[in-house]
Design a protein around this ligand. Structure first.
Ligand SMILES: [Zn+2]
Length: 551
């Protein structure tokens, strides 16, 4: 029987009693269910902790060689799983109604992700690559169009005198090897003919030739400049590869989309170690900003699109290290931040978002954002001309005016000015807010605005005691904006591992921008140096350390 408000009125007292007994029983059942779930969750957490401890112990007992083998096996398993995820997506996409644009974007991103997984597998298991290459007839590279302008680049040995002990004859040039590389500058293609002269000694028959320059992409059809152009266009200018193909076609050579996909994949995999190292460098700083923004992910078979999040982390705006690290996460859960921050300790500047609560533990404290607190009062003032809001806005403006004066000061000076000129003022603002909160009704707009600040009083006061903590979180919000701009272009498909790779490339490009670099120039240089850069000096390629090479 369904009871509406009217039918309840017409019930007899006994019927009402019966009804309430039924409802109570239902409630009890739900309570019991909830208690059971809570217990199960606690048990799972205990199990997780003990497994984690076991894992640590096991790792400790292994030799380096065993550990290495285990890691690569885990890596192969992960990649194989990821491959299965992507194949399922590809299958589901066939029956999904996607718009033409969505389908093109989906296809190209899937192809990049598949190629990236292949690159990673090849890196782990080089034997398999060697066997594969042996079985395959060496693919004939398509000749570059004959009508493109050619430019000769010569590579000759440093010395043309024979180095065989006791010989020292003048070598003679008896031939050359030529390989073509495609280069692009906005609007025009150019073919670089890389010529490596072959030199020999008449006396002792020694043959000498300059080495083949290291290539980031197999066979090296593209110059680093062209690769950088494709990457920056896709990840910074949100120009999908299918549109780049058309654009390249107009310039005289429509580079096949599958080739572009492979380039993007390969570059992404090669750049990953720089981003990993950059993350390590960023997480050495004790004050970090964090923020997150939603993005749409194409995920056929699992609704057409779903929501995922990009989280961004950056050193304090007062830090000389200008960098941002993005992380792609399937949800907005604070668990992702906890995992990403790992063993980092320090102060995390966040908007007052509850999801970060789990991050704040021993060693990690929170600082809140005055720009967010201010926004609440601004909205209130605009809508109702509230005098309370007006007064608080005036007070916050004074805080910002003082901050502007110490923007370029040292950490110590900033701290002492804040202690002298701002501490008492901020205390007064909060006392004043508390007093007014007592006089307004719960649930009103003014109560909500006041509660927003009062709830994070200690976090809003954190900047008073530490000169490195900024007054607001605007620094990272600016750094996450480029991602928000590209939202419509579906840079991501429903695969977490692939999402993380794209996020890595974007971290480098946007960090370069934060340092005032031209992303194309930076990326061109990095891609040309990467194949020969020793891992021990990888930090030279960080955007904040990068220096233009003098030729
Ligand atoms: Zn000789």
């Amino acid at each position: 029987m369904v009871h509406t408000a009217q039918s309840l009125d017409s019930l007899k007292p006994t019927q009402l009693r019966e009804l309430s007994a039924t409802l109570l029983k239902k409630l009890e059942k739900q309570d019991a269910k909830l208690a059971k779930q809570t217990l199960e969750l606690a048990q799972q957490q205990t199990l997780y902790q003990s497994l984690k401890a076991e894992h640590t112990e096991l790792m400790g007992s292994l030799t380096d060689k065993e550990r290495e083998l285990l890691f690569s096996q885990i890596k192969v398993d992960q990649l194989t799983h990821e491959l299965a995820v992507l194949k399922r997506l590809k299958f589901a996409a066939k029956s999904e109604k996607l718009t033409d644009t969505q389908r093109k974007l989906f296809d190209e991103n899937l192809e990049i992700d598949l190629a990236a997984i292949q690159c990673k597998l090849d890196e782990i298991e080089p034997e398999r690559v060697a066997a594969r290459d042996l079985n395959k007839k060496s693919p004939k590279r398509e000749a570059l169009p004959a009508d493109l302008p050619r430019m000769r680049v010569e590579h000759e040995p440093d010395s043309t005198v024979c180095t065989t002990p006791g010989c020292g004859c003048q070598l003679f040039r008896f031939g050359e090897d030529v390989s073509e590389k495609l280069h692009y500058e906005p609007g025009t293609f150019k073919v670089e003919e890389h010529v490596r002269g072959k030199w020999a000694c008449r006396a002792c028959e020694k043959v000498v030739q300059a080495p083949v320059p290291a290539q980031i992409v197999d066979k090296g059809l593209a110059t680093a400049g062209l690769l950088a152009y494709v990457l920056v266009s896709k990840y910074a200018d949100h120009l999908p590869l299918y549109r780049q193909e058309t654009m390249f076609g107009r310039a005289g050579y429509a580079i096949p989309r599958s080739t572009l996909c492979r380039w993007v994949a390969k570059c992404g995999v090669q750049l990953q170690p720089i981003v990993d190292a950059l993350k390590g460098a960023v997480f050495k700083h004790r004050v970090l900003h964090a923020d997150e923004t939603p993005i749409q992910v194409l995920s056929p078979g699992d609704k057409k699109t779903k929501r995922a999040y990009i989280w961004a982390y950056a050193p304090s705006k007062f830090d000389s290290t200008k960098a941002v690290i993005y992380d792609f996460c399937a949800s907005r859960s604070g668990y992702h931040a906890t995992e990403f921050l790992d063993s980092w300790s320090g102060t995390l500047v966040v908007d007052q978002y509850a999801g970060y609560k789990s991050v704040f533990r021993n060693g990690v404290s929170a600082a809140a954002c005055w720009a967010h607190a201010r926004r609440k009062f601004e909205e209130l003032y605009v809508s109702s001309k509230s005098p309370i809001a007006q007064e608080i806005l005036k007070q916050i403006a004074i805080l910002y005016a003082i901050e502007a004066e110490i923007r370029d000061s040292s950490e110590e000076v900033r701290l002492s000015v804040r202690q002298e000129k701002m501490r008492a003022r901020v205390d007064a603002i909060f006392a004043w807010m508390q007093m007014h909160r007592l006089q307004v009704t719960d649930g009103t707009a003014i109560a909500k605005a006041l509660d927003y600040s009062l709830k994070c009083e200690s976090e809003l006061k954190a900047f008073l005691c530490d000169g490195q903590i900024p007054i607001d979180n605007n620094h990272v919000e600016n750094a996450i904006r480029p991602i928000a701009l590209g939202r419509r272009n579906f840079l991501f498909i429903g695969s977490e591992m692939a999402g993380k790779s794209s996020a890595a490339v974007m971290s480098l490009i946007n960090s370069a921008k934060m340092n005032g670099l031209d992303p194309l120039e930076y990326m061109t240089d990095v891609l040309s140096r990467l194949p020969t850069q020793p891992n021990s000096r990888i930090e030279e390629l960080f955007p904040h350390n990068w220096k233009r090479q003098e030729n």
